[in-house]
Design a protein around this ligand. Structure first.
Ligand SMILES: Cc1cc2nc3c(=O)[nH]c(=O)nc-3n(C[C@H](O)[C@H](O)[C@H](O)COP(=O)(O)OP(=O)(O)OC[C@H]3O[C@@H](n4cnc5c(N)ncnc54)[C@H](O)[C@@H]3O)c2cc1C
Length: 265
């Protein structure tokens, strides 16, 4: 490996998640006469996302207790029973109330291009390779290329050399920011698709469930499978009821498929 080549791996960081406003929740419970339910519900809930989704769902039928809606004669008491039934029936719209934000770092433009095809329920902020002029060209080495890693790194070094040669033809110190941006964007045309970049991505839980299912499937590309395998681990750990129906299967290439019992809620 040449001096500039550092091995890198795609990274997944959970940046943010939905939380409940406790005072608002108390006011809502007062409004519906659901104070008893709220007292009991608190013991079941481990996170704001699942609690918010349950509250939003129960508000549809006032199903916080018997008698609040004369048409309701029984309710599912526990959050587990309630949310399992939501998934089973495919009432996924209430899952849209809660989101998770991830930073995906050291990912390729191949990955980001695939990710942004998922439109529904997402928010996206992608590193601009018009504004950001790379110093080193870093790439994650897919396992399939490990037997030829030497050749792979030689090719990258060759591209890096040509990139810096072209870059050196211009006097960057004399340029306006606008001119630098135009040239940076022009030069990136010779950069590889695999160049390490970053994207901040928010999805609601209905979306995240779907993207995990689609993108950890063995037919999907290996990098996005790797990244969404990590997303699945985080979601199963942090939102155990919302992802309770997912099962994990180890694949031959070391990635994992996460498939839900209830697809596309
Ligand atoms: C293994 C694999 C191979 C692929 N190969 C290719 C390929 O060769 N070429 C290619 O172009 N793409 C390819 N894709 C991308 C794929 O076609 C989808 O664009 C991508 O997976 C986004 O999924 P989605 O359509 O479910 O959209 P999402 O935005 O994730 O939407 C979720 C769901 O919301 C609904 N929805 C969203 N938007 C609309 C709408 N406008 N109208 C009606 N309903 C909507 C649909 O039910 C949709 O399934 C591939 C994807 C995978 C996983």
């Amino acid at each position: 490996m040449g001096t500039n080549m550092k091995p890198i791996e795609p990274l997944v960081i959970k940046l943010a998640e939905t939380r409940i406003d406790e005072e608002g929740l108390r006011q809502l419970a007062d409004f519906y006469g659901a104070q008893d339910w709220l007292r009991r519900a608190r013991q079941f809930q481990s996170n704001g996302a699942e609690f918010l989704i349950e509250v939003a769902g129960r508000s549809c039928y006032r199903s916080f207790g018997i008698g609040l809606n004369p048409n309701v004669t029984k309710i599912r008491e526990s959050s587990k029973d309630y949310l399992t039934n939501v998934l089973e029936k495919g009432d996924g719209s209430i899952l849209e109330h809660a989101t998770v934000t991830f930073a995906f770092l050291n990912v390729s433009r191949i990955f980001t291009h695939e990710l942004v095809r998922h439109r529904a329920g997402t928010a996206i902020s992608q590193e601009s390779l018009r504004y950001v002029r790379p110093r080193d060209i870093e790439l994650w080495l897919p396992g399939d290329l490990e037997p030829v890693s030497g050749k792979f790194h030689e090719a990258i070094q060759e591209i890096t050399k040509h990139y810096h040669d072209l870059e050196a033809q211009f006097n960057w110190d004399k340029m306006t920011f606008e001119q630098k941006k135009r040239l940076t964007s022009a030069l990136r045309r010779i950069l590889p698709d695999g160049i390490a970049t970053s994207i901040v991505w928010t999805g609601n839980h209905r979306t995240i469930r779907w993207v995990i299912e689609m993108r950890t499937d063995p037919s999907a590309e290996v990098e996005i499978r790797k990244v969404f395998g990590k997303v699945a681990e985080i979601c199963i750990r942090d939102y155990p009821l919302l992802y309770a129906d997912f099962t994990c299967k180890e694949l031959a290439d070391g990635t994992r498929q996460y498939a839900p019992k209830f697809s596309k809620v």
